[in-house]
Design a protein around this ligand. Structure first.
Ligand SMILES: *[C@@H]1O[C@H](CO)[C@@H](O)[C@H](O)[C@H]1NC(C)=O
Ligand SMILES: *[C@@H]1O[C@H](CO)[C@@H](O)[C@H](O)[C@H]1NC(C)=O
Ligand SMILES: *[C@@H]1O[C@H](CO)[C@@H](O)[C@H](O)[C@H]1NC(C)=O
Ligand SMILES: *[C@@H]1O[C@H](CO)[C@@H](O)[C@H](O)[C@H]1NC(C)=O
Ligand SMILES: *[C@@H]1O[C@H](CO)[C@@H](O)[C@H](O)[C@H]1NC(C)=O
Ligand SMILES: *[C@@H]1O[C@H](CO)[C@@H](O)[C@H](O)[C@H]1NC(C)=O
Ligand SMILES: *[C@@H]1O[C@H](CO)[C@@H](O)[C@H](O)[C@H]1NC(C)=O
Length: 464
């Protein structure tokens, strides 16, 4: 029924009222749907798209609606727990029959027992697992196919993983760092065996956000080719627009931090890169027989491992200065230890997140936290209970207490055929901590990272 005195004006008001009504109903529906969405916390559709902008936007809109209406007051683990939004696919996982807590407490009987355990012990049959399909593989292997917290979900990390052998070790590394919101580019050495290629490809095909690099090379230590896999992967990863930080790994490394901890730390970093700089102990002869570096860049030696923000990766891939400098490093020895460190320690280039102070890494002002490596010749004098190979400690079971006390992000290195319980236990501790942080609201203390002096002295970044 129309109002008695039907005029253009009252008609307008009528239409406006109807509109308001619909917006209201739609809003309620939306909240309901999105809450359901969060309650199950199973974004199946999300894990099936690599980088769908629109889905990301929908998720973001939902997130803000939740925030504004305080359905989720907090984005923390605690909050998810209070709202009973729980992901309960944490398996009771034991990586070994050895008691890792006893190992941590240096129980000599358990240590001796652990040392008798050999490589093939408990190794999964990947061919078989995969032959039953991807879902079977993921659930049997206990992959965490949920981003677990909003904080992690909205802070994706891109990884480049350079691998050449031991599929079991590579798979366990991937399993530890895998989350649906992150991106993983795996570079397989062209010289690797066929079966290795096949299994790694097969595994990666089970995940939308894990892929094999578009090109493969065979890196030779000390030559330019060792830089190439990472540059190829950086370029491949660049297509995915969401990630905020880039980390490169090799197949023989393992995380010391959970994904949650890493996100917390990188938020504290707020765009700063983490790279090593060595001046005093640098091998300057590497640069002596070539012309001076272009663009007034001072060459700096450092570790090959990096944690870099997205804008830095943009610079490496797309700025001509980086390309010209890369060409120059090709003429030097061991370019991989020069390229990245130099870009990060020449603040006149104004590269976002690079360091403005004295580029010498030390344990107080500018520790290098991307990787823990127990080198023979460090001033820290760590004992190696495993064995040294080219002065790097290959960890044994008795190295576990030291590893668990370190603040670094990842550690290098493990051999799966040398005291494999070392990796088994690190894996078990890592998995249990992921689970406990999620289920028992164990708040990660970032004070140490917040107080790192070098973070206050970096080239500012607009937005990470
Ligand atoms: C959010 O969670 C943190 C701990 O993760 C807590 O310190 C903070 O008080 C919480 N904020 C609100 C509004 O509940
Ligand atoms: C990890 O948790 C399991 C229980 O799920 C427990 O049996 C095991 O001892 C824990 N391992 C460590 C190293 O804490
Ligand atoms: C992995 O390989 C096996 C055998 O080669 C094949 O049966 C299976 O379908 C593959 N799985 C995937 C996910 O590609
Ligand atoms: C990580 O990436 C940087 C930058 O491309 C490169 O210099 C370094 O060699 C890479 N590290 C490893 C371990 O591949
Ligand atoms: C780098 O060197 C290659 C081959 O020597 C050359 O084609 C390319 O133009 C150089 N790039 C820059 C930016 O100088
Ligand atoms: C490339 O880097 C140089 C020096 O860091 C900077 O001056 C220049 O603006 C950059 N070029 C582009 C296109 O961003
Ligand atoms: C975090 O650790 C620092 C020392 O590193 C300590 O002083 C502080 O009390 C801790 N904060 C919490 C909330 O436990």
């Amino acid at each position: 029924m129309l109002p008695k005195k039907f005029t253009v004006r009252s008609c307008n008001i009528f239409i406006v009222k109807i509109l308001i009504f619909f917006v209201f109903v739609f809003g309620i529906l939306w909240l309901f749907i999105s809450d359901q969405f969060l309650t199950t916390k199973f974004r199946k559709s999300r894990t099936h798209s690599r980088d769908s902008q629109s889905e990301g936007q929908i998720a973001a809109v939902q997130y803000w609606i939740q925030k504004v209406f305080e359905i989720k007051k907090n984005t923390s683990i605690l909050d998810i727990q209070n709202n009973n939004v729980k992901y309960n696919v944490f398996q009771d996982r034991k990586s070994t029959d050895i008691d890792c807590v006893k190992i941590l407490n240096q129980n000599s009987e358990e240590i001796e027992k652990a040392k008798t355990r050999l490589y093939r012990h408990g190794q999964p049959d990947y061919q078989k697992l995969l032959s039953f399909g991807c879902n079977h593989f993921k659930s049997e292997r206990g992959y965490i196919t949920n981003s677990l917290t909003f904080e992690e979900e909205y802070f994706p990390i891109a990884y480049s993983i350079v691998v050449f052998k031991d599929e079991a070790q590579v798979e366990r590394l991937l399993r530890a760092i895998y989350r649906p919101q992150n991106f993983y580019c795996i570079h397989i050495d062209i010289k690797s065996s066929n079966s290795f290629h096949k299994i790694i490809r097969n595994i990666s095909s089970c995940f939308d956000n894990v892929f094999i690099s578009s090109r493969s090379v065979s890196p030779v230590w000390g030559q330019f080719s060792i830089l190439e896999p990472d540059l190829i992967c950086m370029d491949d990863l660049w297509k995915y627009k969401k990630w905020k930080y880039f980390i490169n790994l090799t197949g023989q490394e393992y995380p010391l931090r959970t994904n949650y901890e890493l996100v917390k730390i990188l938020k504290v970093y707020d765009g700063a890169n983490d790279a090593e700089g060595i001046i005093k102990r640098a091998n300057k002869e590497r640069w002596q027989n070539v012309e001076p570096a272009p663009h007034g860049i001072t060459p700096i030696k450092g570790s090959l491992h990096i944690t870099a923000n997205r804008a830095f990766v943009d610079y490496v891939l797309h700025n001509e200065t980086a390309q010209v400098f890369l060409n120059w490093t090709k003429k030097t020895q061991i370019p991989d230890e020069t390229f990245f460190s130099s870009l990060n320690h020449n603040p006149q280039l104004n590269i976002p997140g690079s360091y403005k102070g004295e580029p010498e890494t030390d344990s107080v002002i500018k520790p290098f936290l991307t990787r823990f490596v127990n080198w023979e010749s460090t001033p820290f004098g760590w004992k190696c209970y495993g064995k040294r190979v080219r002065s790097v400690c290959i960890f044994g079971v008795e190295d576990i207490p030291l590893l668990l006390s370190r603040p670094e992000f990842f550690t290098n290195k493990f051999y799966i055929d040398y005291q494999p319980v070392a990796l088994d236990c690190i894996e078990e501790f890592h998995y249990n901590r992921t689970r406990d942080q999620y289920e028992q609201d164990w708040t990660f203390n970032t004070t140490y990272y917040e107080n790192l002096p070098f973070l206050k002295n970096v080239v500012k970044i607009n937005k990470i």
